[in-house]
Structure formats: structure tokens, C-alpha cells
Design a protein around this ligand. Structure first.
Ligand SMILES: Cc1cc2nc3c(=O)[nH]c(=O)nc-3n(C[C@H](O)[C@H](O)[C@H](O)COP(=O)(O)O)c2cc1C
Length: 190
């Protein structure tokens, strides 16, 4: 079992990072190999819309710090994406990464019943941390990404862990427990 954790917050001690770290520790305790990428320390471009991944290449033609991240995901069983909510969406660090996953699509992905190059059946967990305590605020972010991962990338499971208005994660053992239990459950499923 291989887990890839992609951290989209610039804050190494932030809320989404802490929840993701708890998840990864539990995944490791279940025997999963875990690779973590802290996007803010990587140097990469957004998608250039060069369409090389639809014409001449089977992968993203850009070679930068995201290349090993995209490769690791292709090889992984479980993917964790963590981000703060910035201006009602994921951070620019994570969005830049997500745009590069366009390279996972086959050239005729709009009409192809198997639109993705990835092996099907992977699992994804989103961790989203927002300043607003109101859970109805920004509840629209996850459903779109869930749709893409399940319906387009062929993932079999998608989960969400949200931290709304959390300032001190040590006071939210419920969220840390949820991260731990989610990792255990998904690792047990294999
Ligand atoms: C540039 C920026 C934009 C933000 N936009 C929002 C927002 O739209 N909604 C919100 O609830 N919080 C917003 N916040 C607050 C963060 O989402 C919040 O502090 C979050 O818990 C940070 O997560 P982290 O600790 O994982 O980095 C914003 C913070 C920054 C720095």
C-alpha cells in the first residue's frame, strides 16, 4: 500500500498540515509507505496548456518539482490533498498542482468512457481548513473535486475532513481522531 500526501498550505504548522500529518502517521502504522510533498517548498509552473500530454506525450511534458509528485500519484493507492481555503477555493499552491493533473487525462477524455491514464480504484482524502466557523460556508469546494476524482480520474473512494474556524488543532481531538480513523479504514480496505 502506498500513500501520497500533498500539502497545499504554506504553513508547516498549520491546521490542514497537522490533520494530514495525523492521517499519515496512522497510515504508516497500518503498514502503508507514505511520501509527503510540501508544495510551498517546490518550484513548479501551472499547466501551460501546451497539449503535449494530448498529442505527443503520455505524461506532463513540463519537467520541474511536480514531476516526481505526479509520478508518485500514478504509483499510489491512496492520495491525501490538504489545503487551506483561500478566497473560497483551495490554495494557489494546490490549484497549480491540480491543473497539472490534466496530464492524467487521455487525449479523447471528453468522450472516452475511460478518460484517465491512472490505474482505477485509488482513494483520495481532502483536508480543507477554513477560517470561517460556519460549515455551510465554502461547502461547495469539495463536491467539484470529488466529482473529478471519482467520475473522471477513476478513483473508487473520496473522503472529506473539514476544519472550520479552528485556531488550535490540539483542542480538536475529534478532527485528529477522524483523520486517524479515516486512514485506518482506507488502509484496511487496501
Ligand atoms: C490569502 C488568504 C485567503 C483566505 N481566504 C479565506 C476564505 O475565503 N474563507 C475562509 O473561511 N478563510 C480564509 N482564510 C483563512 C484560512 O482559510 C484559515 O486561516 C485556515 O485555517 C488556514 O489553514 P492552514 O492552517 O491549513 O494553513 C484565508 C487566509 C488567507 C491567508
Amino acid at each position: 500500500m502506498k500513500t501520497v500526501c500533498v500539502l497545499g498550505s504554506p504553513r508547516e504548522k498549520g491546521i490542514s498540515t497537522a490533520i494530514a500529518n495525523q492521517f499519515c502517521a496512522a497510515a504508516e502504522s497500518m503498514g502503508s509507505e507514505v511520501r509527503t510533498f510540501f508544495l510551498n517548498k517546490l518550484r513548479y509552473s501551472g499547466c501551460q496548456a501546451c497539449m503535449a500530454c494530448k498529442k505527443t506525450h503520455e505524461r506532463c511534458a513540463l519537467e520541474d518539482d511536480l514531476t516526481p509528485v505526479l509520478d508518485a500519484i500514478a504509483d499510489a493507492d491512496l492520495l491525501l490533498l490538504a489545503s487551506p481555503v483561500y478566497f473560497g477555493n483551495v490554495s494557489s499552491q494546490l490549484k497549480g498542482f491540480i491543473d497539472r493533473t490534466y496530464s492524467f487525462f487521455v487525449p479523447d477524455f471528453v468522450t472516452n468512457p475511460k478518460p484517465c491514464r491512472l490505474k482505477p480504484g485509488k482513494k483520495v482524502v481532502f483536508v480543507l481548513s477554513q477560517g470561517m466557523p460556519d460549515e455551510t460556508a465554502f461547502a461547495n469546494i469539495y463536491p467539484w473535486y470529488e466529482f473529478v476524482f471519482l467520475q473522471r480520474f477513476g478513483f473508487s473512494e473520496s473522503r472529506l475532513i473539514r476544519a472550520c474556524g479552528v485556531r488550535d488543532i490540539s483542542k480538536r481531538q475529534d478532527l485528529l481522531g477522524l483523520a486517524e480513523n479515516t486512514a485506518r479504514e482506507l488502509c484496511r480496505l487496501g
